[in-house]
Structures are given as structure tokens and as C-alpha cells.
Ligand binder design. Sequence first.
Ligand SMILES: Nc1ncnc2c1ncn2[C@@H]1O[C@H](Cn2cc(CNC(=O)c3cc([N+](=O)[O-])cc(O)c3O)nn2)[C@@H](O)[C@H]1O
Ligand SMILES: [Mg+2]
Length: 216
Amino acid sequence: IMTGTSRPQRMLKAVQKNATKGDPQSVISAIDYYCRHKEWAMNVGDDKGLILDSVLMEVNPSTVLELGTYCGYSTVRIARLMSPGSKLITVEFNPAFAEVARQIIAYAGLQDKVTLVEGSSGDLIPKMKERFGIKYFDFVFLDHWKDSYAPDTKLLEDCGLLKKGTVLLADNVICPGAPEYLKYVRNSPRYESRYYKSNLEYTKAEDGLEKSVFLG
Ligand SMILES: Nc1ncnc2c1ncn2[C@@H]1O[C@H](Cn2cc(CNC(=O)c3cc([N+](=O)[O-])cc(O)c3O)nn2)[C@@H](O)[C@H]1O
Ligand SMILES: [Mg+2]
């Protein structure tokens, strides 16, 4: 039998204890403090989070897709910077993680901007237009299984969900690494790619984000 709490549940407790309801920045700080000082977790984190913030603000997207919600840390980071009326759809495969993420997103007061969908990205991407009335995504954050980055990017192209100028931002291209994805976006004439060097969340190890602009 599964007893006790999970890491995501302990992270949620830390948010409820240390953050202020309705204040996204305090939720982000509470998670970063917990994961740096108490228990590591695979959030994009504060170092890479600053790069995510700046790329996101540059794009100022109306529609965002996030693949791999986990506990909702990057969902909160992204949604807190999005303009009124803009929409973030986040896809999460694991129901236990999705349940924690919903509570963290709600604690931050961002539930009106965010639609969390449970299921596999491969199944859900082809349903985005019909189920959510999405024409295109302006911004895509990839942070799910690393070997799903490349196939899911091709799927987004095939489903006509990318337009000229859509920005893809991929986490962990160094650690754990997404070699197939890097090869794809760096060699394809349909993308303009750039690597942002940083650290693996809460550690001194190298990691980075790859920003790829779809050229149409
Ligand atoms: N195809 C998929 N569709 C929907 N959700 C998915 C899919 N693949 C994974 N997920 C979900 O993403 C969440 C988080 N996740 C992310 C990964 C892949 N990311 C990592 O493994 C990772 C690993 C490290 N690390 O090991 O240092 C650091 C990071 O920043 C990472 O993102 N695996 N689960 C999980 O809840 C999982 O159900
Ligand atoms: Mg990651």
C-alpha cells in the first residue's frame, strides 16, 4: 500500500504554508526555497526560470501550450506574465501530478488563465483545435519526456498548430538531454534556433533552454 505523502504533495504543503494566496511570485519563491533547501524536484527552477520569463515577455503570447505540467511551477511562472484574455493550455500525463498542479495554480490565483488537460501529449495535440478552439500557439514550452520533444514538435507542425513566428522553448536540452530534438530543430530550415546556457534546477550542473522560432 502507498502510505505517506508524495514529493509533489509535500511541495503543495510548502506552498500552502509559506506562500500568500493569490500571489504568484510568493508561490514561485516558496517552491524554489523548498526545492533548493529541503527536497530537489524537477521544476524548471529559478535560474532557467529567469530565461523563461524574458523569452515569454518578448513574445507576449495570446495562446500558450505547455507539455509536462508536473506540479505547475512553470505554469505559474508563465501564466503570471500573460496578458488578460490570453490562454495557457498545459498537458499532464500523470493524474497525481495534475491534482497537485491544479491546487498550486489555484493557490496562485491563475486558474482563469490556465486549462490543465490530463493525458498524453501525443493523444491531445491532434485534439487542440476541436476541443479548445485553438487556431495556433504563439508559444510552446516543452518540459515533458525528453524523447517526446521531437515527435510532438513534428505533430504540432502536421496539425497546423504552429504559425510563422511561433516560439518553441525546450527545457533540459543538456541535462537529462534531448539530442534528437536538438538535431531536429538545429538542422531543419523551418526553425531558427538558439541555446541559452544555464544550470540544472537548484544545482551547479550545466543545463540550458533551446529557443526555436518556427519560420513557417
Ligand atoms: N507525453 C507526455 N504527455 C503528457 N505529460 C507527460 C508526457 N511525458 C511526461 N509527462 C509528464 O510530465 C511530468 C513531468 N515529467 C517530466 C518528465 C521529463 N522531465 C524530466 O524527466 C526532467 C528530469 C530532470 N532531471 O532528471 O534532472 C530535470 C528536469 O527539468 C526534467 O524536466 N518526466 N515526467 C510528469 O508528470 C509526466 O507525467
Ligand atoms: Mg525540465
